[in-house]
Write a protein that binds this ligand. Sequence first.
Ligand code: GDP
Length: 418
Amino acid sequence: SSNGDTRHFRESSPLQIFVKAKKKINDIFLEINDYVQDSVKYVESIQDYQVLIDSNEVQKIVEYVYKIKGIRDVLARDHMKVAFFGRTSSGKSTVINAMLRDKILPSGIGHTTNCFLQVEGSDNGETYLITEDSAERKNVKSVSRLAHALCEEKLNESQLVRIFWPRDKCSLLRDDVVLVDSPGVDITPNLDEWIDKHCLDADVFVLVAHAQSTLMVTEKNFFHKVSLKLSKPNIFVLNNHWDTSASEPEYIDKARVQHTERAVDFLVKELKVCSQKEAAERVFFISAKECLSARCKEQQGLSIQSGALAEGFPGRYFEFQSFERKFEECISKSAVKTKFEQHSQRGKTVAQDIRLTMDTLYEKSQKLKNDKTEEKKNVYEKLNYTEQRLLILTQQMKEKIQQMVSETEEKVKKALSE
Ligand code: GDP
């Protein structure tokens, strides 16, 4: 059944690399949180023994609770982000719709995207949008309403409108991918502001080019600026509108070779963002329009091959799917690296700091015990007993934390390498 196919596709999707790593890192931080809570309880229980620990040190441990909470909050919001760029009418909105398998973004004549549109999953199954200047959730019932709502807003080209779409309608959204459509790079843009506002946290960039023309200075210029600010951004080049070349078979092979050469040179020699071999897997020839229409037919239970199709449709459809596969692999690996490596580093620092405090505590109580045995035993009988207990407790805590640090390291290593 088509349902089973979808499930199979989802489970084998490379996006699961990110989804699983996120879950693992979440679990690890839950454990770290437990240990931090234990440590807080422990230091608070001994805080009256100022020979062992002073109030600043206690405070420091208590603050780790907030630090860990902060990391966990960021972690919960972490997602994979892909941003689409290209000239007006190159087909950016259509590509996004094809990937989402639904006509979500308005596209075509009269619907030039005049601001940044970000599509992300909504948790409550509702569709709404949020603009930058207010926290109000504006309900949207349909695409035409969405287009209308976007026209009504007085939007500046660098502004961001976030569109929330039900997660269960689309596997990309379900797996925490966020897609960003941009105004055409040819629309007198303030590129630097665009990059600072919308690009610095993107895991993948997709350049949507019109296959009927070569890459232009405006398109190239934008990516030159991006690669100045980000080290080796992941860039895919989609030569869209490839269906329109189908009617010119004598031209098609030559054009493909030429476009490929230029795009690869752009990535390898100009931007220096990847190797020749990698670049060859970043350039695709597709028809977003055909693909979107095929997927809409599929949703209605019709054959994707029905209706009038230009010569060579199956090949182009296959190539679109290859692009999606490579894209999913690239974005999930990149997001795991950029997002989770930082978190795990911070988690490790917290664990190590706590361990250091425990080490110091242990040394101090050890020394105290030795000093005390030098003195007359009977006077300090009672205190000695308490200190003995402290010593044992601290030792246990120290071991626990030590174990946590090495376990965390091990788990993070595993999560990142999978
Ligand atoms: P954007 O401005 O880059 O977002 O471009 P749109 O997605 O709005 O597309 C502009 C126009 O090109 C629309 O009328 C689309 O239907 C059409 N279009 C998009 N992709 C293709 C394609 O692959 N082939 C053809 N023939 N038309 C396309």
